[in-house]
Every structure is written in C-alpha cells, then in structure tokens.
Unconditional design. Structure first.
Length: 132
C-alpha cells in the first residue's frame, strides 16, 4: 500500500486510536514517523513506542497511547504542512499553540524537534504538525 503522506497517516492513526480508547496503535515504520513519535514521547503526549518486526519481515511502530483521568492526553493533533502545500516558518515567526499550552513539531536542519527546542537552537523549518 502506497502512502503519500506518512506523517498525516501517523497522526490519523493516533487520533483514531484515542477515539476508540485503544491502548496501542500499530503504524508502519519510517525514520520520519519515529522522529515525530520521539518528540511526542519527550513532551509527554504519548507513553512510549517500540520498533517491532512483523512475521512478514516489515518493521512497525507499536505506539502506547497515554490517557489522563480517562481522557486522551492529546486533545488536538493537526497536520500543518501537507504534501500539496508546505508551510515553513522562521523561529521568529513561529506562533505558539494555544498560548503556549501546546507544541508545534518542526523538521529542521537540526532534526525533527519541538518549537521550544527550535527557539533554543534558533532553527526554523517546516512545521509538520500542532499538538495540544
């Protein structure tokens, strides 16, 4: 199966998994998806993720979703830069998500990082998604 937007697919699987109250979600593995998951785990929106190998030999990411008081830790997760329209931002023009309560995830020359880390490193880039 060909997926034209791997990050969008990842975000949709997480969103749907939380709505269905799943503990874990399986996602096909890619380095970009793994980098986004790493940021989400570091920021406390997901419990963890593990790279597993299926019987067919393909790698998958087993993502453990996080719930707080019965509600999903992620209230909103939205793709910003899409394959049809890329959105880039300098660090000075990077807008906060929900007055600083949420995060933006950026793909920069320093790697895939959160907006707070991008401000520390003074690195702008492609805004992949917003999470709250």
């Amino acid at each position: 199966m060909l997926i034209t937007d791997p990050v969008g697919d990842l975000l949709t699987r997480i969103r749907n998994g939380q709505k269905a109250r799943k503990k874990n979600v399986l996602v096909p593995h890619s380095r970009e998806r793994e980098a986004v998951l790493k940021v989400l785990v570091e920021e406390g929106y997901l419990s963890s993720y593990v790279v597993e190998t299926e019987a067919s030999g393909r790698s998958v990411l087993n993502v453990a979703l996080k719930y707080i008081a019965g509600k999903g830790a992620i209230q909103m997760i939205k793709r910003v830069s899409k394959p049809g329209r890329r959105i880039y931002s300098s660090v000075k023009k990077l807008a906060p998500v929900r007055n600083g309560l949420g995060i933006n995830i950026l793909s920069t020359s320093k790697g895939v990082i959160s907006d707070a880390r991008a401000r520390e490193l003074l690195a702008g880039g492609e805004v992949l998604c917003s999470v709250f």
